[in-house]
Design a protein around this ligand. Structure first.
Ligand code: KIV
Length: 257
């Protein structure tokens, strides 16, 4: 599955979405989603924190296990990638320990690391497939927003992308960089780039599933497009239940013996 992504570069766009639970992980592969990222964005959209900073390795393991169980039940198949949370990949030694634990406890085939090339290389050399991440790195960023508008910062992101490929990453997330920079990186690398807020020229696109479904409404970045309003569907269904329980319509004869 990791190799398929590399093969898809230049053939067709790669589609990635976040998944955090069993039910969603059963649905997305059957819709043609190539990659299910168990993102640390679960800190906001599932756990209700205001950043990814409070997400623990135990949170990520628990949710990755659920996604693995769901993906296995789907008719289609997707590559599940587990995001390594803040504080787990600060040094090569720590990254190795935590990535090994993630793989051992979830059987996930790949992890995503918001760390540098040196950290990624040690994990890759141990036999674990790593998706790199450059541009905006929410775990360590001083402020959220577009990165690489200034020449020096753009060059640092470009250099890091090359270093991450050299380290052996099988794909690279490019978050919140100008589309011209994402295009330059995508053309330079032989591994696929997966963009989020990085324009149309990346080899693939990823968004947070709760954002495209209209389920998470605390804030919406400019790069998000909402494709459905699941919140409205939930409200309609729940209001129906509330009304029928209060009026005594539910449970009907067929719902009990
Ligand atoms: O945690 C996450 O959801 C992510 C992506 C959106 C790239 O890292």
């Amino acid at each position: 599955m990791v190799d398929i992504l590399r093969f898809l570069k230049g053939q067709r766009k790669i589609v990635a979405l976040t998944a955090y639970d069993y039910s969603m992980a059963q649905i997305l592969p059957d819709c043609g989603v190539d990659v299910l990222l168990v993102g640390d964005s679960l800190g906001m959209v599932v756990l209700g924190y205001n950043s990814t900073h409070f997400v623990t390795i135990e949170d990520m393991i628990r949710h990755t296990q659920a996604v693995m169980r769901g993906e296995a039940k789907a008719s289609g198949s997707s590559l599940v990638v587990a995001d390594m949370p803040i504080g787990t990949c600060d040094t090569p030694k720590s990254a190795l320990k935590h990535c090994r634990r993630m793989v051992a406890e979830t059987e996930v085939k790949a992890v995503k690391i918001e760390g540098n090339a040196e950290v990624c290389k040690v994990v890759i050399d141990s036999g674990i497939a790593v998706m790199g991440h450059t541009g905006l790195k929410p775990q360590t960023a001083q402020k959220m927003g577009i990165c690489g508008k200034q020449t020096k910062e753009a060059q640092a992101i470009f250099d890091e992308a090359i270093a991450l490929e050299k380290a052996g990453c099988f794909a690279l997330v490019l978050e919140c960089v100008p589309s011209s920079l994402a295009k330059r990186i995508t053309e330079k690398l032989s591994i696929p780039t997966i963009g989020i807020g990085a324009g149309p020229d990346c080899d693939g696109q990823i968004l947070v599933t709760h954002d495209i479904l209209g389920l998470f409404t605390d804030f919406q970045p400019k790069f998000v497009k909402q494709y459905g309003n699941v919140r409205q569907s939930i409200e309609k269904a729940v209001r129906g239940f509330v009304g029928e329980v209060k009026s005594g319509v539910f449970p009907g004869d067929v719902h009990h013996s």
